[in-house]
Every structure is written in C-alpha cells, then in structure tokens.
Design a protein around this ligand. Structure first.
Ligand SMILES: Nc1nc2c(c(=O)[nH]1)N[C@H]1C(S)=C(S)[C@@H](COP(=O)(O)OP(=O)(O)OC[C@H]3O[C@@H](n4cnc5c(=O)[nH]c(N)nc54)[C@H](O)[C@@H]3O)O[C@H]1N2
Ligand SMILES: Nc1nc2c(c(=O)[nH]1)N[C@H]1C(S)=C(S)[C@@H](COP(=O)(O)OP(=O)(O)OC[C@H]3O[C@@H](n4cnc5c(=O)[nH]c(N)nc54)[C@H](O)[C@@H]3O)O[C@H]1N2
Ligand code: SF4
Ligand SMILES: [Mo]
Length: 907
C-alpha cells in the first residue's frame, strides 16, 4: 500500500509544498501539494523530479574516517566517530580556546537543525564561529533590510505579485531560479496586461524575455541606477512627502546626494539610455502598486548591502510598502535560509533576530538558555573563516549541508585552508562531494523525504515537513547528530549543564524552545506549534500567541522595528566592482544558475533528464567578442583571471553585450576537471554583510588550442548502471586539459564524457576510456581509424542495438549520436555514415523537435500519443507536457488539431 505525506521541496526558497508518495519504505513519487499557498499544486522540473534523487544512489550510509588525508575512508560507527570528534574538538578548545573551532553550516538545514548548531557553538562551546552558506547568498539582503527597515524581514507575500502594477525585477532570474514565482508573474501579466515589468540585469536573461523594459546595466552599477531613479522621482515630484515625513529618517542627506545622480550621469555609468532610466522611474511611481523582486545580482557584490538599501529607498520614498502589491521583496535562495536567520545562525547574529553586538540581547539569550553568558566577540564570517583555517588560527571545522570546496570564491585558497586544517568534519547526505576529499570524519545525515522539522520560505511562511521514509543505512537526522556530539563534547569539557542544554528527544522539542525565544520579538511565533501547523497548514510570521493567523504583510501601519519606529534612508553612493576589466582582462565574467541543476549537483546530478538542456559547462559570450578572438561556437577556451584559469566550451549568446560573459556555477571537480567558476572568482567582501562578490570577476578568454577532441557516450540499461559508469568516467577527468562527465536521458539514460588534448593520444589511453565506459573489446565493434589524422572512432553494438560510441580526433557527429542513443533508434547504415570521415550528421537523421522543454517531450512523442487516442488531458497525464510553465500549450494544441484534421475518426 502506498502512502502520501506532506513536505516541501528542498530546493529553492519559493518553498513549494509537496506530497511524497512512498511504498514499503521507498519513495516512489512526488506531486505538488494543492493546498500549499506557495505553489497550489505546481512544481518546477527540479521539484517534479525529486523522487528520482532519493533512490539511494551515492548516499553516505555510515560514519567513516580517514586515518590520514592520503588514505581512503574507513568505515566507523557512531559512538567511535562522535567520541573521536569530541576528543579532537575538546583538545583543541582546551589548548587554543573556543575560537579555535568553527562550524560552517547551511540554509538548507531545517530550523531545528540550525537551532541546535547555534546553541552548540554559542551556548556550549562559547564561540560565535558559526557561519553558513547564507553568507554567500542572503547576508547582503539581511544587512540591507536591517539598515533601512530595522529588521531582517521581507515585508511582502506572493499574493502581492498578482496585485502589483509595476514589477521591478533586479538581479534576479526567477524564470530559472524561482520558477513557481515566475509562473505567478506570468499569471499576473496575463490577468493584467497593463502591468509593467522592468528587468535590471546585465544579461538578457530568461526573465528579461518577459520585460517591457530591460535595463542591461553594466555589472555592479545598480546603485547608480536606483539613485538616478530616485533623482527622477524627486525632480518630478513623484515621491510621497507625507509618508517620508511621518515614517522615515535620513531622507534629506540622501536627497542631496542623489541630486547629482542625473539620468545622464547614471546612463554613462550603467551603459543604458537616460530615457530608459526616466521611464523606469515613472513606471515605478505611476502604475499603481510597485513591487521589487531581487536576489543575487544585488546581494553577491562587495557593495551588496547598499544595492539592497538603494532599491528599498525607492519604496520608502514613494510609500510603496506595507500595502497590497507593493514593497521590496528579497527572494530567498535556499529553502530555509530564512529559518537559519530566524534562529540567528550567522556569526554576527543571535536567536530570534537578536544582535550579538547588543549586550541586552546577549543577556536575554543567556537567560533563555540558562547559562551565565554568550560570547561577545563576533565570529568569523565564511570567507574569513576559511582564511583562518589556512592561517592556522582556526584548527577544526565542522561542515554540514554545504560544499565549500566548490561554492566559496577563491577555491585555491579555500582548498588550501581545508588541507591545512587539523580536523575537518563533514556532515553530508552524499558520499563524495568535492569537500569530502578534505574530510577527516564523514557523518551520514538523512535527507529530503527522510527528515522531519520546519522551514520558512521567502514570504515568511513556516511549513512543517514530515518524513516519508526511514533513514537509509545508519544515517541520522542532522539535529540528532549535533545533540549527540554536544553531549559528548560537554562531558569531555567537564560541563555539568550539558544535559540541560541538549535535552531534546524530538525535533518538536527543539521547535518549542525556538518558539519561546521569539516571544516579543519582531518574528514572534509564540502562537505556533507542530500541532497548529499540522491542523491549519503553513503559516506566516509573526504569529504571536493568541493570534488567529499570521501576518500577510508587514509595516502596513508605517511603524518599523527601529528604536524610534522610523525607517531609515542610507546615503549610498555608486561604487565600481572590485575587479575592473582592463587591457589584460577586459571581460566581466558573471555566474549563476541553470534551470535544471541545483548548486554542486549532488542531487540533480543523479537525474539524467536534468542534463538535457545543458550537459556540459559552457561559457556564454558575445558574438563580436568571440570573432575578435577568432573563436567559433563550440570551441574550447581558456578563461583566465587573476587567480588561475579553467577550460570550458564557449557558446555565442546574443543576450550578452560586448565585454560580458557568463558561466553556470554548477560544475565543480566532480563533473569537470577543475573547480569550476570559483577557481576564478575573488573573495573580496562587502564591509557590512561580509558577502563576497561572487557575481563579478575580470577575465580574458582565448582559444585553448586543444585540437584533439575526444568523447564517449554510453547507453545504459538503467540509472543505476549510468551512475556506476559515471563514477568510472570521473576517473578519466584528471590528466586532460579539458574534460567533463555527465548524464543525459530520454528513453535510455546515457553517460556523456568529453575531453580534449593538444595532440593525439595513445592507444593505451583510448583502451582505458573504452574500459571505463564499458566499450572495450572488438566483438560487436565497428571501428574507423585514420592513423595519419590520428582519428580513431568506435561503436559497440549488442543485439543490433547501439551500446555506445567512443570518438577520438574528430567528434562532429556527437550531438546527433547522443540524440540517437538516447532515443534508442539507430540504423546501422546511418551509424557507419556517422563514423565515416565526413562525420556530419546524415540528412535523414530523424527530425525531432522538443515541444515541452520542461518535461522534455518531443513532437514525435505527442503525435504517437495522440495517434493512440490521447486528448490534451491524456497527454498532460501521461507525458506531463504542458504541465510546468505552460509555454508550450499553443504548440501542443496545434499538434492535437493537426492530428484531428488528418485523422478525424480518432477525435
Ligand atoms: N535552478 C536553480 N534554482 C535555484 C538555485 C539553483 O542552484 N538552481 N539556487 C537557489 C539559490 S541558493 C539562490 S541564492 C537563488 C539565486 O537566484 P538568482 O539570483 O535569481 O539567480 P542567479 O542566476 O544567481 O543570478 C541572477 C541574475 O543576476 C544577474 N546579475 C549578475 N550581476 C549583476 C549585477 O551587477 N546587477 C544586476 N542587477 N544583476 C546582475 C545575472 O545575470 C543573473 O541573471 O536561486 C535559487 N534557485
Ligand atoms: N561563483 C558563484 N558561486 C556561488 C554562487 C554564485 O552565484 N556564483 N552562489 C552562492 C550561493 S547563493 C549559494 S546558496 C551557495 C550554495 O553552495 P553550497 O551550499 O555548497 O551548495 P549545495 O551543492 O547545495 O550544497 C549542499 C550540500 O548539502 C548536502 N545535503 C543535502 N541535504 C542535506 C541534509 O539534509 N543534511 C546534510 N547534512 N547535508 C545535506 C548536499 O548533498 C550538498 O552537497 O553557492 C554560492 N556560490
Ligand atoms: S520553484 Fe523552487 S521550491 Fe518550487 S518546485 Fe521549483 S525548486 Fe522546488
Ligand atoms: Mo543561495
């Protein structure tokens, strides 16, 4: 008997509700929760394929340790592993003090997990060295909200999207990064064609496609733009002077400062037309409620806090806040970055939005925890934390639910820090992320579908997650690991109160304690409990005791959580990016997300279909910049910056102006032969938020000169086989100047491996490639060799079906062969043709057009299904086409009507 439980999607901060279907302790399916207010049953491609990431592949199933870094991991058990960890931490703390240890955790942990980590560091050990990957993500948003509105609280809700007259989307690409929010934007636009959408992004992103006005500003120039918009609002008297007088402070100095920020001035800095800046300002103030949506394009900057303040100013100056359809809405990246902020899980924060710098707040937290004091000295934020590992100031680090050996900037320095650290603990769901290579101790955590607890999404809504299946192997819940470790460490440190500090037997007990810390605070959830969340569903905060519902919108009464109740304007000025393009490195490199991958791919990298849009890390670049460098689409290029270089494939992108290029952040050392984009990005940080400037680095791009391409594609019987072979293909990544490995999938899952060398490679290496991918031997093989040109191609056929191909020296037919293999159709005559010297795809290659990009469904499939009698609902049910973004519905309907015209009897 299968059963369904309520949970959430564990990817982005939209926080969609899901129903997880399981049978016999195995997750067999997922669907959107029709009752969840965030998504009302919808899911994007990542959410809809979650069950495929939870089939046990690649999991870390028992504690393991490494006697030395050079040795492979050895199996351990919980008692031994946690005693070892407690021993090492206690010894370091005794000898060097509490600040010699640190915790680096994650916005993907649940609130309960986060709470106990924070208490462990600040309450038991006495160090504020607990920071998280939210430092790379939301900390400028936190600092921006606090500087202006007084507290870290997005004042808006998703319903505001439908009510907005103008949407200002700045430095965010919700079409890919918050897809269900983007569906709401599309719905709002459809319902209100008069709605104005402004997109501020140096790139013509997928989101910019929906814009009425796209301001393709020069990277890092958002403050100049927003200040100039404010200049126009003031000059044209479009501000709300009454609101400013009644509810804000600091307007006069800012108004004076922006007096100089004319549209012409900003146009020169931003590289956009002055009239467009004027138009944006007029739309912002003159089309009904104005809602801003923003994310990493503003946050990941060395002036990210002021980017945030500058956009918030537009709302304060026009009174566009605290009412339906209006307000500055920071989109949260990770599923529970909000929850982490609520429990104070950053090196400068304390529980329930309290500040470490505030002695009264410290005393309150100490009293709540029943301890004499919490440490006053701020802990180290992420970038500094890893620098302190490299310098030896911090000696032991406990990493949970994040992969710093990929996601932090300046990877060479980060990896040096991890290598230098005396003791590295990694608490992970998966066995071999890039960080695992540096861990002395690996602790298996439960993951999506297994955990229980709460998360808070972008609109301050708390959802309770229930576990659908038991923990795999010996994995434990994150909070359980922390509590068990805390008790052991407390004993080793001779702390008599440790059992009082960590009394929890359930996640609910932790939640109840967290609730108590929030009473009287801006985020008061004194009225919430697991039982209430169970009965009444997800709730927004604040939700104080006695309340009957959470608050949809904040600041409706114009009172702000500052000392005097007034919001603040901050005198923010334009600043350039830390690295300026120059003659040696003339290009601005941006980085960000693709629709179907999540960060370091530990989960999405298990699903073949999620590689179908992009199965290789590609640099997107302006066509003229490519021509100047004599680069053609698909060439391998060396991208070099001040800290090193990486080799990737280049593709022309008309959405990038000259001087700009873009790389996805997803590929690290597990899927390619370098650390990826963060080998290039520098670690300069914002002075207020300590958030690094991940979005910008100056680079040069040149042909890599790798004239000898190699590739192998292997069709697999099932995903299990594909993942085994992918691991084998990974062993072939080092040693090449370029190499990548990934999956692909339609009817059959494939492993796709690519590489390139400067000169022909030897037969022994080709044999090793064939071996790794299960293409060894000559039986059933068709080969083509041209020794003079160094070309060596091979196809292996089993029972008349192509198993795979390995190409060396020339790979022109690769994309065509990949499609044919994925669909399992291949005519032997066509194959010979593909292996032959010309190697251009035969003209008779099956014409196949992907109609639904979300569900990856082709016209062939739709026609076959309709020929078999399917109607629109039937197609949506069986193929899932047209059920995600809906963009393909006109095409599907056209195919259906064509079918009906051709075969009226089938209608
Ligand atoms: N598919 C997918 N979705 C995700 C994630 C994922 O890994 N995959 N991760 C989640 C997380 S943790 C986060 S934080 C969010 C991130 O969500 P977003 O911030 O929306 O996504 P990014 O692609 O990082 O960057 C957004 C845009 O910022 C632009 N940009 C770069 N520099 C500048 C600048 O100087 N000014 C302006 N105005 N724009 C600039 C980029 O061109 C890019 O289009 O996505 C979440 N959703
Ligand atoms: N250049 C550049 N760099 C960036 C960015 C960028 O735009 N450009 N974006 C930055 C941003 S916004 C972010 S948020 C970071 C993200 O960077 P990371 O935090 O490094 O990203 P993930 O790959 O999501 O890492 C989460 C890890 O936790 C594991 N995990 C999953 N569930 C659980 C669980 O329940 N318990 C435990 N213990 N482990 C679990 C996963 O397997 C995964 O390895 O990257 C940042 N880095
Ligand atoms: S929009 Fe975000 S939360 Fe919703 S299904 Fe997609 S990734 Fe998951
Ligand atoms: Mo993020």
């Amino acid at each position: 008997m299968s059963q369904e439980v309520k949970s959430t999607c564990c990817y982005c901060g939209v926080g969609c509700g899901v129903l997880i279907r399981s049978e016999g302790g195995v997750i067999i399916g997922v669907r959107g929760d029709p009752d969840h207010p965030a998504n009302r049953g919808r899911l994007c491609t990542k959410g809809a394929s979650l069950h495929l990431t939870a089939q046990g592949h690649g999991r870390l199933l028992h504690p393991a340790w490494r006697p030395t870094r050079e040795q492979p991991v050895q199996r351990s058990d919980w008692a031994t592993a946690l005693d070892l960890a407690a021993e090492r931490f206690a010894a370091i703390i005794r000898e060097h003090g509490p600040d010699a240890v640190a915790f680096y955790i994650s916005g993907q942990l649940l609130t309960e997990d986060y709470y106990v980590f924070n208490k462990l560091a600040k309450g038991l050990i006495g160090t504020n060295n607990v920071d998280t990957n939210s430092r790379l993500c939301m900390s400028s948003a936190v600092a921006g909200y606090k500087q202006t509105l007084g507290a870290d609280a997005p004042p808006c809700c998703y319903e505001d999207i439908a009510a907005a007259g103008t949407l200002l989307i700045a430095g965010a690409n919700p079409a890919l990064a918050h897809p269900i929010v983007f569906r709401q934007i599309e719905d709002a636009r459809a319902a209100n064609p008069a709605m104005r959408i402004i997109v501020v992004d140096p790139r013509r992103s997928e989101t910019a496609a929906i814009a009425d006005l796209h301001l393709a500003i020069r990277p890092g120039t958002d403050i100049a733009l927003f200040n100039a918009m404010l200049h126009v609002l003031i000059a044209e008297d479009r501000i709300d002077r009454d609101y400013i007088a009644a509810h804000t402070d600091g307007f006069a100095p800012l108004a004076e400062l922006v007096g100089e920020c004319t549209p012409q001035w900003a146009a020169a800095i931003c590289g956009v037309a002055a009239e467009d800046i004027v138009r944006a300002a007029r739309w912002f103030a003159g089309s009904g409620p104005a809602l801003s949506l923003y994310c990493q394009g503003l946050n990941q900057s060395a002036h990210g806090t002021h980017n945030n303040a500058a956009i918030i100013h537009l709302h304060l100056a026009t009174g566009q806040i605290g009412k339906p359809g209006a307000g500055p809405f920071s989109l949260t990246g990770q599923p529970n970055a909000m929850g982490g902020r609520e429990v104070g899980g950053l090196a400068n924060l304390l529980s329930a939005h309290r500040d470490l710098a505030n002695p009264a707040h410290r005393a309150e937290v100490a009293a709540l925890w029943g301890i004499p004091s919490v440490p006053a000295r701020p802990g180290k934020a992420a970038v500094d934390l890893f620098k302190a590992l490299a310098s030896g100031e911090i000696k032991a680090v406990w990493i949970a639910c994040t992969n710093p050996a990929q996601s932090l900037p300046n990877q060479a320095a980060v990896r040096a820090g991890l290598a230098r650290a005396e003791f590295v603990v990694l608490q992970e769901t998966f066995a071999d992320t890039d960080t695992a290579a540096y861990a002395d101790l690996l602790l298996p955590a439960t993951g999506w579908g297994e955990k229980e607890g709460t998360v808070t999404n972008s609109e301050r809504r708390i959802t309770r997650l229930r576990s659908a299946v038991p923990a795999p192997g010996e994995a434990r819940h994150d909070w359980q690991i922390v509590v068990d470790f805390g008790r052991r460490l407390g004993q080793k440190l001779g702390n008599p109160t440790v059992d009082r500090l960590f009394p929890y037997k359930t996640a609910e007990a932790i939640f109840t304690e967290h609730v108590a810390t929030t009473r009287g605070r801006d985020l008061d959830i004194g009225g919430l409990s697991y039982a209430l969340l169970e009965q009444r569903g997800p709730q927004q905060w604040p939700f104080p005791e006695g309340a009957t519902s959470g608050r949809q919108r904040l600041y409706a009464n114009g009172r702000f959580p500052t000392a005097d109740g007034r919001a603040r304007f901050v005198a923010v000025r334009h600043q350039a990016t830390v690295e300026q393009p120059d003659a040696a490195r003339p290009l601005s490199l941006l980085s960000g997300r693709l629709r179907d991958q999540w960060h370091g791919m530990s989960r999405t990298g298990l699903v073949p279909r999620l590689f179908n849009l992009d199965d290789e890390p590609c640099l997107a670049m302006n066509g003229d910049d490519m021509r100047q460098r004599q680069l053609a689409d698909g060439d391998l290029v060396r991208v070099s910056g001040a800290r090193g270089d990486i080799v990737v494939r280049v593709v022309a992108d008309a959405g990038l102006a000259a001087g700009r290029c873009w790389l996805p952040m997803h590929w690290g050392s597990r899927f390619m032969n370098s650390a990826g984009v963060n080998a290039l990005v520098g670690d300069a940080v914002d002075p207020h938020s300590q958030q690094p400037e991940l979005k910008h680095v100056a680079v040069e791009v040149a042909a890599a000169g790798l004239t000898y391409p190699l590739a192998a594609i292997r069709r697999c019987a099932d995903v299990g086989e594909a993942l085994r072979l992918l691991d084998a293909a990974r062993t072939l990544l080092p040693g090449f100047a370029y190499a990548s490995a990934g999956l692909y999938g339609r009817a059959s899952p494939l492993v796709v491996w690519r590489a390139a060398a400067a000169a022909p490679v030897g037969a022994d290496l080709l044999a090793r490639i064939d071996d790794c991918l299960g293409l060894a031997g000559d039986s059933g093989a068709i080969t083509y060799r041209d020794a003079r040109r160094g070309i060596d191609k091979k196809a292996v056929v089993d029972d008349g079906r192509l198993r795979g191909v390995r190409l060396a020296g020339e790979t022109a037919a690769l994309a065509w062969l990949r499609q044919a293999l994925a669909e399992g159709e291949l005519d032997a005559a066509l194959l010979r043709f593909a292996l032959a010297p010309l190697a251009t795809p035969p003209v008779s290659a099956p014409p196949r057009r992907i109609v639904c990009k979300c569900a990856d469904v082709s016209d062939d499939q739709i026609l076959a299904a309709t020929a078999a009698g399917a109607d629109l609902a039937g197609l949506q049910e069986s193929l899932k086409c047209g059920t995600f973004c809906g963009g393909c519905m006109p095409d599907i309907k056209r195919l259906l009507s064509e079918q009906v015209q051709q075969h009226p009897e089938a209608a």
